[in-house]
Design a protein around this ligand. Structure first.
Ligand code: ATP
Length: 364
């Protein structure tokens, strides 16, 4: 059995189902993120791991034991909240020492544990300060130290960086990753920020309306989303609807997209001629070119007109009108050939991409 297992878990609030029959396995030592839009049930699932909430149906197991009905203080699990939840009248040292005191550690053990934690979160010089004297990032590091000093088997992090500004979030996510490497326990991270989830997680569960749409490593979720919801929630994408017109071989099929053209797709979903399908192509997989180069039969080229160009510094985004479809393409500047002038508004261009860079999402 997995280290932490949610088995057929359902949680209802009156007639509303917040968690709908979820089964999820989380392995020992991994950083696992629950990712999804507001209200999808991430916090409810986390609260059931912490013991603050219980499922109406299903069981929760930790390290082989059924913990479904175990109260929070008897679980080897600690939570870090977005709001820090520090005691304002206690110093940093006293905040971190709070759990060990309740657990009746000896004074020597407490001092040693607190010193280790201050070192881990890089706050050795700030042990005697009160929370009001600390920055937001420092407060969150105290909250992490206070949760980790109890040596939990699992650390739950509920949107821990949401109150911080972007630069600080980016820095703390790297620090959190280093802390995880050092302590080696299981981290479960709740966020609605796909960038945070992608950068810290070994695996991600993408949630939507009380169910899990997809579980996998960040690259798999980004490169091979299984549904329109996942494709749209993780990064940007272009959607197309088409009809399969030809099975080229075991892997590739031809698909007619009305008012767009005939394109080749990687048929990993094994659809057959006549099926209507929903497709997605990431903006960075599309190349914008003034020329239509000599192509292999597995390359795609569709003609269109540049409607918008936005320069982002590291890259430029082009919105290209192809019939009724408005496609977004993202180009790194070095992608253009040295002698090629980047296209501008109103230019006629070709959108080029490999057949296996578009993915089939679902039939409709
Ligand atoms: P957010 O990112 O906004 O915190 P979330 O994905 O964590 O969202 P949850 O807090 O798990 O979502 O809530 C899931 C759904 O359950 C929401 O629609 C919420 O309104 C509902 N819900 C949560 N707790 C209760 C409660 N105690 N009573 C009634 N409804 C609740």
């Amino acid at each position: 059995m997995a280290y932490l297992r949610f088995e057929k878990v359902t949680r209802r609030y009156g007639s509303f189902t917040a968690i709908n029959d979820i089964t999820l396995d989380i392995e020992k030592g991994e950083t696992f993120s629950l990712l999804g839009p507001s209200g999808c049930g991430k916090t409810t699932l986390l609260r059931m791991a912490a013991g603050f909430d219980q499922p109406d149906l299903g069981r929760v197991y930790l390290d082989g034991k059924d913990i479904t009905a175990l109260p929070p203080d008897q679980r080897p699990v600690n939570t870090v909240f977005q709001s820090y939840a520090l005691f304002p009248h206690l110093t940093v040292r006293e905040n971190i020492a709070f759990g060990p005191k309740i657990a009746k550690w000896t004074p020597g053990e407490i001092a040693k544990g607190v010193d280790q934690m201050l070192e881990l979160v890089d706050l050795k010089a700030h042990g005697d300060k009160k929370p009001s004297q600390l920055s937001g990032g420092m407060k969150q590091r105290v909250a992490i130290a206070r949760a980790l000093v109890n040596k939990p088997k699992v650390l739950l992090l509920d949107e821990p960086l949401a109150a911080l500004d972007l630069k600080l979030r980016q820095r703390l996510i790297v620090e959190l990753d280093a802390i995880h490497d050092e302590v080696g326990i299981t981290f479960i991270y709740v966020t609605h920020d796909q960038g945070e989830a992608m950068s810290i997680s070994d695996r991600i569960a993408v949630m939507n309306k009380g169910v899990i749409e997809q579980v996998g490593p960040p690259a798999e979720i980004y490169e091979a989303p299984r549904s329109s919801f996942v494709a749209a929630f993780i990064g940007d994408t272009n959607f197309l609807d088409g009809k399969i017109t030809e099975a080229i071989d075991a892997r590739f099929s031809r698909c007619e997209v009305a008012d767009f053209g005939s394109i080749v797709i990687d048929n990993d979903k094994h659809v057959t001629v006549g099926d209507r399908v929903h497709l997605s192509i990431r903006p960075e997989k599309l190349v914008v070119s003034r020329e239509k180069p000599a192509m292999s039969p597995m390359d795609n080229a569709v003609e269109g007109k540049v409607e918008d160009v936005i320069y982002y510094g590291s890259h430029t985004r082009y919105w290209v009108r192809c019939g009724e479809w408005r496609m977004c393409a993202e180009m790194q500047h070095r992608t253009f050939l040295l002698d090629e002038t980047p296209p501008k508004w109103g230019d006629t261009v070709w959108l080029l991409w490999d057949a296996n860079d578009g993915f089939l999402l679902e039939q409709y």
